[in-house]
Design a protein around this ligand. Sequence first.
Ligand SMILES: NC(=O)c1ccc[n+]([C@@H]2O[C@H](COP(=O)([O-])OP(=O)(O)OC[C@H]3O[C@@H](n4cnc5c(N)ncnc54)[C@H](O)[C@@H]3O)[C@@H](O)[C@H]2O)c1
Ligand SMILES: [Zn+2]
Ligand SMILES: [Zn+2]
Length: 367
Amino acid sequence: MRFGAAVLRSYESRFAVEDVILNAGPDDGEILVKIAGCGVCRTDLAVRRSAGRSPLPAVLGHEGAGVVVETGGPDTGLGVGDHVVLSFDSCGHCRNCLGAAPAYCDSFASLNLFEGRKENAARFTDAAGGGLAPRWFGQSSFAEYAMVPARNAVRVDPSLPIELLGPLGCGFLTGAGAAFHSFGVGPGDTLAVFGAGAVGLAAVMAATAAGAVTVAVDRHPERLALAERLGAIPLSAASADLPDRVRRLTDGGAQYALDTTGVAQLINDALRALRPTGHLALVARLHTALPLEPGALDRGRKISHLCEGDAVPGLLIPRLIGLWQAGRFPFDQLIRTYPLADINEAERDCETGRVVKPVLVPEGRGG
Ligand SMILES: NC(=O)c1ccc[n+]([C@@H]2O[C@H](COP(=O)([O-])OP(=O)(O)OC[C@H]3O[C@@H](n4cnc5c(N)ncnc54)[C@H](O)[C@@H]3O)[C@@H](O)[C@H]2O)c1
Ligand SMILES: [Zn+2]
Ligand SMILES: [Zn+2]
């Protein structure tokens, strides 16, 4: 079948929406999904800086949501017409998958980051027959359709605005999962978020919903204003004595801190803002060694790197939808929709910080 998709042909080029071809229907355990909307995650854009590790040309996009139009075999647990939110892929049978930690699947890299995916290239091509790297995070959803392992898909109520739900599969899942699962925040806890973007603000919303006090640090005044509306105490990253300021706002130090910036200086500031036994979690990929100050981890402090908010998507996504319906996780306030054809504008707005979470809607192709 032939359909439109945004293809990235080189690390420097703009995305080009063009016709692509899937040469076979779903295999056993797979579903074909008509994409209603796909969020743009910073991890999609980071492919440009992946120093050649990601094979191109490729179709990116890993926050897709849409409607099942075909199923492969009887065992997908899904039917044609089901509305689904797509998330990351996992094998389902390694130790971490069995232990309800699918984000730490032994096969995470090969299933989600293209490595080892070349065997599918003949199945997914451009209009001239050239192979495309498929199934980025099991999906490749910057497209009108995506072929997905059913294991990645979470069925949702068809009355929901499906075109907006894709970011619940990665960015919002990661921030909310950090608050709920990695930290287990509760009433009266304190959380400082460094970087109030899609992941950081999801953590603010989730921690606020759980009754915690949150501080949000960023360099963009609009991001700080948004964080304040979502329940956080805003704090400019340019403040003098940033760790002291956070400690004062959190009664002697934050119990939890989440860094979404990957900036070494801010990571060290976040550590200095922790109370004894505090936990700092990182989500951004680090591109250089991380120098820690002497004593940074003294007195029971700890630091970890999280993947996908330690979440089981099939459990956390319905929970976030329930909170949203109750007005306690207003993720839609962070979204701006764009026709898929405007993907380059969406990327620019994401890079400049103008929009927190662009969502690409394929229906607008060519419009
Ligand atoms: N580990 C995971 O599972 C996972 C999942 C999703 C995203 N990510 C990664 O998490 C990171 C954050 O993603 P996001 O979608 O929230 O990005 P984002 O761009 O929406 O948010 C980052 C925020 O950090 C702020 N920031 C950056 N540098 C700063 C600095 N020097 N001083 C002050 N503020 C600064 C920006 O203004 C922005 O608001 C990315 O690196 C992304 O690739 C990881
Ligand atoms: Zn696994
Ligand atoms: Zn992502």
